[in-house]
Design a protein around this ligand. Structure first.
Ligand SMILES: Cc1cc2nc3c(=O)[nH]c(=O)nc-3n(C[C@H](O)[C@H](O)[C@H](O)COP(=O)(O)OP(=O)(O)OC[C@H]3O[C@@H](n4cnc5c(N)ncnc54)[C@H](O)[C@@H]3O)c2cc1C
Ligand code: SF4
Length: 463
C-alpha cells in the first residue's frame, strides 16, 4: 500500500491545479493519478486557442494550457502516477487502481476527485432511425481529427450547439469537410457567443434553432438525416421535415460529470446533474474527500476548473494539517456570454467578458465595449477581420502522428483556407519542442510563423 497526504484523482486542469496547490499549502506527499499516459486531461485534444485568458492572461491552445498546468504541478514537487485506472475507493480514503503493474492500493490523508466529464451519447437523447456507421459524439470526432489524423466524413450535420460541436464545425470545415447544418432543439444555441461568431458565422455554416434530427437514414453507412422543426414541447412538427444528405452526424448534446469511482466510496451525487455534491469548501459528504472541476459541475472554461482545483487542493492539504478550510466563491465560475450574438454586433474574444460590440452602420460609431481593446478589435473586424489559426501537422519519426500548431499572430480571415492547403504539405520532424517554429507562410506582406503547441518525442528505434 502507498501512503500519501493528498491523493488527486485525475490529471486534467482541475487535478493538476489541485495537486500544485496542495503542495504549496504544506502537504508533504501529493500524488496525482490518471489512467492516461499523458497528463492534461481532455485539453490534449482541444487544439483550438481561447484557453488561459483568466488564469494566464493570454489566449493559448488546450495542449499549451495543459503544459503550463503540468509545469506548475511538477515545479511544486507533485508525484505523477500515469497509466493507472482507479477502480474503487472507500469512505476512509483508500483507493484501488489498476495498471500494467497490476493492482495498486493507496491510503491518503485526503482525496481530491477531479475526474472530469464525458459526453452524452445518442442513447441519452433517443434519436430515432437506423444504426448506420457515421454517427459520432463531438469529442470522439475531435480525438479522431486532432490526435489520430482521421477525418470521418465529408458532408457533416451537427446536432446540438454546445461549444465542442461549434468548435468541431470550424475544425472540420478547415480540414475540407462541408458542414451542412447545425441543428439545435432549443430556441437559443447552447454554446458561447464568441464560438457562434467565429466557428459558424465566419464560415457561413447555417444554424437552425428549434430544430432536431427526426430520422436517421442509411443501412450500413449513414446516407442522410431528416431535419425537422420542433413545437413548444420540443417534438418534431409532422410534415415539416426535409432531408439533408450527409455521411457524418456529430452529436454535441451535453456533458455529464464522471463519478463512477466516487460512487463506489459513497459520495453523494446531485440528482439534477450527477455531479459530486460538496459543501461550500468543496468537501463531499465524506470527510476529507473533495471534488472540483467538471466531475462536480460542468463549467464553461478550463480556467474556472483550474481555479476551483486550486482551492480544492489547498483545502485538502488544510484538512490533513487540521487547519480551517476556505469557501469557494461561485462568482469565479460564471460570466461568459452564451447564445446568439446580439444582431449587428461583433463578439469580442479578447477576454472572457465577451462584450457584444455594436458598430453603427451609418456613423461607424462603436459601443458596448468595456475597454479600449474591444474598440480596436471592432475597428479591425469592420475593415479586415483577422484570426489566429490552430491546426495540426503530420510528424515524421515521432511518438505521435500529429503535432498541434498555432499561428504566432492573427492574420486575414480570407487566407485561412489557403493557409490550411499549404500546411497540409508540411511535415514536421521529431523531436519537437513546444514553441518550435515548424512552418512559415506569408500573407499581405507579413510573415506568419506556426509554433508547436506541444513536445513530441522521437520514436525509439525498434529493439
Ligand atoms: C470532448 C470534450 C471537449 C472539451 N472541450 C473543451 C474546450 O474546448 N474548452 C473548454 O474550456 N472546455 C472543454 N471541455 C470541458 C473540459 O472538460 C474542461 O474545460 C476541463 O478540461 C475540465 O477539467 P477537469 O480537470 O475537470 O477534467 P478533465 O480535463 O476531463 O480531466 C479528468 C481526468 O481524469 C482522468 N480520470 C477520470 N476517471 C479516472 C479514473 N477512474 N482513473 C484514472 N483517471 C481518471 C481522465 O483520464 C482525465 O485525464 C471539453 C470536454 C470534453 C468532454
Ligand atoms: S471589450 Fe475589453 S472587456 Fe470586453 S471582452 Fe473585449 S477585452 Fe474584454
Amino acid at each position: 500500500m502507498e501512503h500519501c497526504d493528498v491523493l488527486v484523482l485525475g490529471a486534467g486542469p482541475g487535478g493538476l491545479a489541485a495537486a500544485a496547490a496542495a503542495k504549496k499549502a504544506g502537504a508533504e506527499k501529493v500524488i496525482v493519478l490518471d489512467r492516461d499516459r499523458k497528463a492534461g486531461g481532455i485539453l490534449n485534444q482541444c487544439i483550438h486557442d481561447g484557453f488561459g485568458l483568466i488564469r494566464y492572461g493570454a489566449s493559448v491552445s488546450g495542449p499549451e494550457y495543459a503544459a503550463k498546468a503540468l509545469k506548475e504541478a511538477e515545479t511544486a514537487g507533485v508525484t505523477l502516477r500515469l497509466g493507472l485506472q482507479a477502480v474503487s475507493m472507500t469512505s476512509d480514503r483508500r483507493l484501488l487502481a489498476q495498471g500494467t503493474e497490476g493492482l495498486v492500493e493507496f491510503k491518503a490523508g485526503s482525496i481530491v476527485l477531479a475526474t472530469g466529464c464525458r459526453e452524452r451519447t445518442r442513447g441519452a437523447i433517443s434519436v430515432p432511425g437506423s444504426r448506420p456507421a457515421g454517427i459520432f459524439t463531438a469529442g470522439v470526432l475531435q480525438n479522431f481529427v486532432n490526435v489520430r489524423n482521421i477525418l470521418c466524413g465529408k458532408r457533416v450535420v451537427i446536432l446540438g450547439s454546445g461549444d465542442i460541436g461549434l468548435i468541431m464545425a470550424r475544425r472540420l470545415t478547415l480540414e475540407g469537410a462541408h458542414v451542412e447544418a447545425v441543428l439545435e432543439v432549443m430556441k437559443e444555441p447552447g454554446g458561447l457567443a464568441r464560438n457562434i461568431s467565429q466557428c459558424l458565422y465566419d464560415f457561413g455554416i447555417p444554424l437552425y434553432t428549434s430544430h432536431t434530427v427526426s430520422n436517421i437514414i442509411g443501412k450500413k453507412k449513414l446516407e442522410a438525416v431528416e431535419a425537422c422543426p420542433v413545437d413548444e414541447h420540443l417534438k418534431p412538427i409532422p410534415g415539416k421535415s426535409w432531408i439533408i444528405p450527409c455521411d457524418a452526424l456529430v452529436l454535441s448534446v451535453g456533458l455529464i460529470p464522471e463519478n463512477e469511482v466516487a460512487l463506489t466510496g459513497g459520495v453523494v451525487l446531485s440528482e439534477k446533474g450527477g455531479g459530486a455534491e460538496t459543501d461550500a469548501n468543496l468537501m463531499t459528504n465524506l470527510p476529507g474527500v473533495f471534488a472540483c472541476g467538471n466531475c462536480r459541475k460542468v463549467m464553461d472554461l478550463a480556467d474556472y476548473v483550474s481555479n476551483q482545483g486550486t482551492l480544492a487542493g489547498a483545502n485538502a492539504a488544510r484538512f490533513v494539517r487540521g487547519e480551517a478550510l476556505k469557501p469557494w466563491n461561485d462568482k469565479e465560475a460564471s460570466g461568459m456570454v452564451k447564445g446568439l450574438p446580439a444582431p449587428g454586433s461583433v463578439t469580442c474574444p479578447i477576454c472572457p467578458n465577451g462584450c457584444q460590440i455594436h458598430i453603427d452602420p451609418q456613423t461607424g460609431a462603436i459601443s458596448g465595449n468595456r475597454c479600449p481593446r474591444g474598440k480596436a478589435f471592432a475597428e479591425q473586424e469592420k475593415t479586415h477581420p483577422c484570426r489566429t489559426l490552430t491546426t495540426t501537422l503530420r510528424v515524421d519519426g515521432g511518438e505521435e502522428r500529429l503535432v498541434n500548431i498555432r499561428s504566432d499572430k492573427a492574420f486575414g480571415r480570407e487566407h485561412l483556407a489557403e493557409a490550411m492547403e499549404q500546411l497540409k504539405k508540411v511535415r514536421a520532424q521529431a523531436p519537437i519542442r513546444l514553441g518550435d517554429v515548424l512552418a512559415e507562410l506569408s500573407f499581405d506582406g507579413e510573415t506568419v510563423r506556426f509554433l508547436a503547441g506541444e513536445d513530441v518525442a522521437a520514436k525509439c528505434p525498434e529493439q
